[in-house]
Design a protein around this ligand. Structure first.
Ligand code: FAD
Length: 493
C-alpha cells in the first residue's frame, strides 16, 4: 500500500462481523515514529473478543491504542494490528453526590470534564492535553500539575474491568485482585484491555482557579519556591528556559494555582459552564488558532527558539508583578491545546521529523545537581530542548510507576533526519546520569530507552512480578507494542 494513503474504512473485518477497521498510518504523538497497519475499532466486549480471535487466527499481535497521545511508540505496533479502543466512549454513569464517574475505556478527559464540570466536579488528575482516553491515562498512570498533592490518575481509580487475553473479564480494585489492580495501572496495556473504569472526581465550587505567576532566576529558586508552597498550592508547574546558561541556568516561570473556596466565586453557574471554559478562537484576538503552528514553524530552529524562550522569560517577569488572576480550569490545565497542532511546527515528514520528549524523574536529594548537569550537557552538545517543564512528584503504589519523592524535568527535543542519531546518543548519555542519580523514566514520553534500562530503575521485585503476571495472563504474547519490544521484551512477537 502506498505510504500516506489510508484505505477507505470498512465496517467489517473479514470474519469479524461489525468491527470497524481501516489501513492507516499509526504514529506516536511526537511524529518521530509510526507505521502503516490495520486498525481495529471495536465498540463492545463481544467485538473485542472477536478481535482477539482474529489476531490469533492470523498469528499476530494487538497493540492497544487510546487517543494516540503518547509521544513515542507506546501505542504503535508496526508488526501487528492496532486495537483502537476510542469507539468505546460512553459515560456509563456519574453520581453527582459522590463525584464517582463510571467510564468506558475510550472516554476522553475532554468528554469527562465537559460532562461533570456543570455539575460542580473536575477530574482529580489531568494531563497537559485533554485528548487522552481514560484507558490510556490508566495504562500510563498519568500525572498532572498536582502530582505532589493528589498523586496520579491511578490514585483516583476505584475499580476497573480488564478483559484478559483468555477472554475473561476481571474486576479489579484495591480489595479485589489487588495485585492486578496495581500492575495494570501503569502496565502499558500489556496485561489486558481496560473496558470500564470507575473514577473519583473532585468537587469544585467554581469553574475558575486563582493563578499566580512567579518568575525565578535559576533552578534553585524554582525548586525553593515550589517546595515552600507544596502545602498550600493545589497546582504547581515550572516552565524553564533551557537556553539560559551560567548563573541563570534553569531560570523560568512558575504557575501556582488554587481552587476557589465556596462563596469566592460570585457566579459559579456561569464559570462552571462549558462555554466559559472554551478557549478563544483567535490568539491575541487576531491569528486564527488553527494557523498559529505555521507562524511557530518560522521560529522552530535554535536561534528562533532561543529568542522565543528569552521573550517568554521577560514576559513572565512582567506577569509576575501582577496580582493573582482568575483562569478557567481548561485554560490552566490544557494550555498546549490552545494552539491546535502546534507540533506541526516541528516539521511533518512521517517518522523522520517531529519531536521527542525526554522526561526524567529524580529523587529530591539529587534533583538540583542532576538537572543542572543535564541542562549544561544539552547546551554543550548544542542539542538544547525547545521547551522545558518542571514538576514536583510523590511516590505511588503502582508497580511500574515513574513517580518518585522528587522532581521531573521534561525536555522537548526537535528530531530531524540529520540530528536523529546524534540526539539518540545524547539521550543515552543523559540516561546514564539520570540512572546514576537514582532516577526513573516515563514510557508515555519515551522513545530512546533500551531493553536493559527498565531493570536499572524499577525495583527488581516489582518488575519481576509484572513480567510473571504478563507470562501468566498473556502466555502467547497477544498484546504487544513497539515500546514493549524495544524496552522490555526484544524477543516478543
Ligand atoms: C501535549 C501533551 C501533553 C501531555 N501532558 C502530560 C502530562 O502532563 N502528564 C502526563 O502524565 N502525561 C502527559 N501526556 C501524555 C499522555 O497523557 C499519555 O501518553 C496518555 O497515556 C495518552 O493517552 P491516550 O488515550 O492517548 O493513549 P495512547 O497514547 O494511545 O496509549 C497509551 C497506553 O495506553 C494503552 N492503552 C490504550 N487503550 C487501552 C485499553 N483500553 N486498555 C489497556 N491499555 C490501553 C496503550 O497500549 C499504551 O500503552 C501528554 C501528552 C501530550 C501529547
Amino acid at each position: 500500500m502506498e505510504a500516506g494513503l489510508a484505505q477507505a474504512p470498512g465496517s467489517d473485518v473479514p470474519g469479524v462481523s461489525g468491527v470497524e477497521h481501516a489501513f492507516e498510518y499509526v504514529e506516536g504523538w511526537g511524529m518521530a515514529v509510526g507505521a502503516h497497519g490495520r486498525v481495529l475499532r471495536p465498540r463492545n466486549l463481544e467485538q473485542l473478543r472477536a478481535c482477539f480471535a482474529l489476531a490469533r487466527r492470523e498469528g499476530t499481535t494487538l497493540g492497544l491504542r487510546g487517543g494516540g497521545n503518547s509521544y513515542g511508540d507506546a501505542s504503535v505496533n508496526d508488526v501487528g494490528h492496532a486495537l483502537d479502543c476510542s469507539r468505546m466512549d460512553r459515560i456509563l454513569g456519574f453520581d453527582a453526590r459522590t463525584g464517582i464517574a463510571t467510564l468506558e475505556a475510550g472516554v476522553t478527559i475532554e468528554k469527562l470534564w465537559k460532562h461533570i464540570l456543570p455539575l460542580g466536579f473536575w477530574p482529580r488528575v489531568v494531563s497537559g492535553t485533554m485528548f487522552p482516553t481514560a484507558a490510556g491515562a490508566a495504562a500510563m498512570n498519568i500525572h498532572g500539575k498536582n502530582n505532589f498533592a493528589v498523586g496520579t490518575f491511578g490514585d483516583a481509580i476505584l475499580e476497573f474491568d480488564l478483559l484478559l487475553a483468555s477472554g475473561e473479564l476481571r474486576r479489579c480494585s484495591r480489595s479485589e485482585h489487588a495485585d492486578l489492580f496495581h500492575a495494570a495501572i501503569g502496565g502499558l496495556g500489556m496485561l489486558g484491555v481496560f473496558t470500564r473504569i470507575v473514577l473519583q472526581t473532585k468537587r469544585v465550587h467554581s469553574g475558575e482557579l486563582s493563578v499566580r505567576a512567579i518568575s525565578t532566576r535559576n533552578l534553585r529558586e524554582m525548586m525553593e519556591y515550589m517546595d515552600a508552597h507544596r502545602g498550600d498550592a493545589d497546582y504547581l508547574v515550572g516552565w524553564v528556559d533551557c537556553f539560559a546558561a551560567g548563573e541563570a541556568s534553569g531560570r523560568g516561570l512558575i504557575h501556582h494555582a488554587n481552587y476557589l473556596h465556596e462563596g469566592e466565586d460570585s457566579d459559579p453557574a456561569r464559570t462552571l459552564s462549558v462555554a466559559h471554559q472554551e478557549l478563544p478562537a483567535n490568539i491575541l484576538g487576531v491569528f486564527p488558532k488553527g494557523e498559529v503552528w505555521r507562524i511557530l514553524s518560522l521560529f522552530n530552529n535554535d536561534l528562533g527558539m532561543r529568542l522565543v524562550n528569552l521573550a517568554k522569560y521577560h514576559a513572565g517577569r512582567l506577569e509576575a508583578h501582577h496580582e493573582p488572576h482568575r483562569q478557567s480550569h481548561a485554560g490552566f490545565a490544557f494550555l498546549l491545546d490552545y494552539v491546535p497542532n502546534w507540533k506541526w511546527a516541528y516539521g511533518r515528514e512521517r517518522g523522520r521529523r517531529g519531536l521527542i520528549q525526554y522526561q526524567s524523574f529524580v529523587p529530591k536529594e539529587r534533583a538540583h545537581e542532576l538537572f543542572t548537569q543535564l541542562l549544561e550537557r544539552c547546551r554543550r552538545a548544542r542539542l538544547v530542548p525547545y521547551l522545558g517543564v518542571f514538576k514536583r512528584h510523590r511516590p505511588d503504589p503502582f508497580w511500574l510507576t515513574h513517580a518518585v519523592d522528587g522532581w521531573s524535568f521534561a525536555m522537548d527535543f526537535k528530531v530531524t533526519p540529520q540530528n536523529r542519531e546524534r540526539l539518540w546518543r545524547h539521550c543515552a548519555e543523559l540516561t546514564e546520569l539520570v540512572l546514576a542519580a537514582g532516577g526513573r523514566f516515563y514510557f508515555a514520553k519515551d522513545l530512546v530507552l533500551n531493553a536493559k534500562d527498565p531493570a536499572r530503575f524499577y525495583p527488581a521485585d516489582k518488575l519481576e512480578r509484572f513480567l510473571a503476571l504478563k507470562r501468566e495472563l498473556d502466555p502467547e504474547g497477544l498484546f504487544a507494542t513497539n515500546l514493549w519490544r524495544r524496552a522490555f521484551s526484544p524477543d516478543a512477537r
